[in-house]
Design a protein around this ligand. Structure first.
Ligand SMILES: [Ca+2]
Length: 528
C-alpha cells in the first residue's frame, strides 16, 4: 500500500524530532575528551614518577586524581608513525604509508577525531597534530585529522626554541566556541620538548643545578655538556606542563572538569642519541596519566598493565558510544582502556595486558635508496626482545650523511667528536654503531638497555619464547615484513621532495638542507 505524500512528510518529521532528541540525550551523556601530547618526552621524567629534575605539577595532579601508568608504550618511536597509531588504533605495520615518517596518510584510515566530529562532537586542536607528512582525503583536500586548528593566540616565552603558540589560550578560545550541550574533544599538542633548545637555559634561567640529575643514562658519558642538555630538555617538558596546568584551570572555571576524560602523554621518548627514533626503553616507553574526575573509581591508582598507543582510539570511541565500523574506521587492533578506568584495582588490572609490540621502518632519510632501519620487538615481563632485520645498515642513518635519524644536539656533537678524537669510541658505538640481529635487555637489572643478553645461554629459552610470540602476533596482524613482503616499507614515497634521495644527491655534491642536524654531524668519509 502506498501512503499519501503528506504521510511521508509526517513520518520524516517524527524521525527528525525523535532522532534529534535521542542525539541530544546521547550528547549530554557523552564526556568531553582532552588529549594532551608532548613531543619527545621520555618515561619517568615527571615528578609523580619520582623524578627530581623535571617539575610537572599538572601532570602529577592528573595522576593523583586519576591513574598513573608505569608501562605505557608507543609501538613506533617517531612523531608521524606514533601519532598515526594513536589516531587509528592500529599498529604502524598495519597502516601502509603511515607506517613511515614524512608520508602520505592514506585516506582509508579515518581518525577517531574525524569519527567523533561526524558523530556530534566539536573537535579542535592546537600546536602539533599529526605529522610531518600529508593528510588529504580522497579528493585531495586537507583533512582535519586532529580537528579544527586553533592557533590565534601567541606569546613569547623568552626562551629560544620554545614555540610562540599560547596553547592554553587557544584551548580557551576553542572552549568558547562549543555549545552547552555539545560534547567536544581537543588535541593539545606541544612542539616541546622537541629540539632545538637554548643551551644552558636550565641552569641560567630555570634555577636548576647540574647535580639535580641523579642518573645519566649509561649510554652517554656523565659530564657537564650532557647534564646541561638534559636540563634544557627538562625546561621544555615543563613548558608543556605549565600549559597543561592552565588548561585544567580553564576546565575547572567552565565547570567541565568532572565530565572530561583527560589523557596526558608524549608521542615517544627524548630527542637524544639512542632514544627517539630507536626501539629501546628510552625510545618507546612514555609517561601516561589519565583522569576522569566524574567517573573514576578509586583515583590515585598506579597501573602496571602494559598499554599501547593503539589502545587510545578504542577507548575514545567507547566513551563516545561508537565502535570502529559505526565510526567508519578500519578495524582496530588496540583494546579500550575502559576496563582499567572502570576498575577499582591497581597494579596489574587485566592479565591479558602482559606485553606490547614495538617496531619501526623508515624514519628520516639519509641511507642509500631512502631505506629505513627495520626493527620489530616485544616488551614483556620487563624484558625487551629486539630483532634488527637489516644489520648492514646504519641504525641512526649513514655517518657521511649526518646520522639524520638522530636530531642534532650538544650530546650528539660530543659523541661524534669523541669518536673522531678517540676518547668516546665505545659510547659512539652504542649510539651510532651497527647492531647485531638480536638484542635482549632485562629492564629490572638494566633499564638503560646497555647489556645485550641475546647471546647469553642463560637467556636462550626466554629469547626464543619472546621471538616466537612476537612473530606469531605480527603474522596475525598481517605485518608485511613477516608475511612475505618485507621490502614493501622501503618502497613507500618520502613526501618531502627537497629531501628525497638525500643520500644519492648529497654524495654527488648537491648541497641539501637538513635543518634538524648540525653541519658538523656529517662525517667527511663513509665509515665502512
Ligand atoms: Ca616527536
Amino acid at each position: 500500500m502506498r501512503l499519501p505524500q503528506k504521510f511521508h512528510w509526517l513520518l520524516l518529521a517524527i524521525c527528525w524530532i525523535v532522532g534529534g532528541l535521542a542525539n541530544e540525550s546521547l550528547a549530554a551523556d557523552r564526556p568531553n575528551i582532552l588529549f594532551c601530547i608532548a613531543d619527545d618526552w621520555s618515561h619517568n621524567h615527571a615528578g609523580v614518577y619520582g623524578n627530581t629534575w623535571v617539575k610537572t605539577p599538572a601532570f602529577d595532579e592528573i595522576a593523583r586524581r586519576g591513574l598513573l601508568f608505569t608501562r605505557a608504550y608507543t609501538p613506533n618511536a617517531k612523531c608521524a608513525p606514533s601519532r598515526a597509531i594513536i589516531l587509528t588504533g592500529r599498529n604502524s605495520w598495519q597502516l601502509e604509508d603511515a607506517c613511515n615518517h614524512v608520508c602520505n596518510f592514506p585516506p582509508k584510515f579515518k581518525s577517531w577525531v574525524e569519527a567523533l566530529a561526524s558523530n556530534g562532537y566539536a573537535c579542535g586542536f592546537t600546536g602539533k597534530g599529526w605529522g610531518p607528512g600529508n593528510a588529504k582525503n580522497a579528493r585531495g583536500q586537507q583533512r582535519q585529522i586532529t580537528g579544527k586548528a586553533f592557533a590565534g593566540r601567541k606569546q613569547n616565552s623568552g626562551i629560544r626554541g620554545i614555540s610562540n603558540n599560547n596553547y592554553s589560550a587557544n584551548f580557551a578560545d576553542f572552549l568558547k566556541t562549543t555549545a552547552d550541550n555539545q560534547p567536544w574533544c581537543f588535541w593539545y599538542g606541544t612542539t616541546e620538548p622537541h629540539r632545538g633548545y637554548q643551551y644552558g637555559v636550565g641552569v641560567a634561567k630555570a634555577g636548576k643545578k647540574l647535580s639535580d640529575i641523579k642518573h645519566v643514562p649509561a649510554f652517554w658519558p656523565d659530564n657537564e655538556t650532557v647534564r646541561n642538555d638534559m636540563l634544557d630538555y627538562a625546561v621544555e617538558v615543563e613548558h608543556y606542563d605549565t600549559h597543561l596546568g592552565r588548561i585544567l584551570e580553564h576546565l575547572k572555571a567552565a565547570g567541565q572538569l568532572e565530565n572530561t576524560l583527560i589523557v596526558a602523554t608524549s608521542d615517544h621518548g627524548m630527542p637524544f642519541p639512542r632514544c627517539k627514533g630507536q626501539a629501546y626503553d628510552y625510545s618507546n616507553h612514555v609517561p601516561l596519566a589519565i583522569m576522569w574526575a566524574g567517573q573514576l573509581k578509586k583515583p590515585g591508582r598506579v597501573i602496571n598493565d602494559y598499554v599501547s598507543f593503539a589502545d587510545f582510539a578504542p577507548t575514545f570511541l567507547e566513551v563516545a558510544g561508537l565502535n570502529s565500523s559505526k565510526a567508519g574506521m578500519q578495524a582496530i587492533t588496540g583494546n579500550s582502556l575502559m576496563d582499567i578506568i572502570a576498575s577499582e584495582k591497581q597494579g596489574q588490572v587485566s592479565p591479558q595486558r602482559d606485553h606490547v609490540l614495538i617496531g619501526k621502518e623508515r624514519h628520516d632519510i639519509g641511507r642509500p635508496n631512502d631505506w629505513g632501519y627495520p626493527i620489530r620487538g616485544i616488551v614483556k615481563n620487563n624484558v625487551i626482545y629486539i630483532r634488527n632485520y637489516e644489520t648492514d645498515r646504519w641504525p641512526a642513518g649513514n655517518p657521511e650523511t649526518g646520522y639524520l635519524n638522530c636530531d642534532g644536539s650538544p650530546t650528539k656533537t660530543l659523541l661524534l667528536n669523541g669518536r673522531r678524537d678517540g676518547t668516546l669510541v665505545d659510547y659512539w658505538k652504542m649510539n651510532f654503531g651497527k647492531r647485531p640481529t638480536e638484542e635482549l635487555y632485562d629492564l629490572n637489572q638494566d633499564p638503560d638497555c646497555v647489556k645485550n643478553l641475546a647471546t647469553d645461554k642463560k637467556y636462550a629459552k626466554l629469547k626464543d619464547q619472546l621471538a616466537q610470540e612476537m612473530i606469531t602476533r605480527l603474522k596475525n596482524q598481517q605485518d608485511p615484513r613477516l608475511t612475505g613482503n618485507a621490502g614493501y616499507f622501503d618502497t613507500i614515497p618520502f613526501v618531502n621532495g627537497g629531501n628525497v634521495r638525500f643520500y644519492e644527491r648529497y654524495m654527488k655534491g648537491e648541497k641539501i638542507r637538513a635543518g634538524w642536524v648540525n653541519l658538523s654531524d656529517f662525517e667527511e668519509k663513509p665509515l665502512d
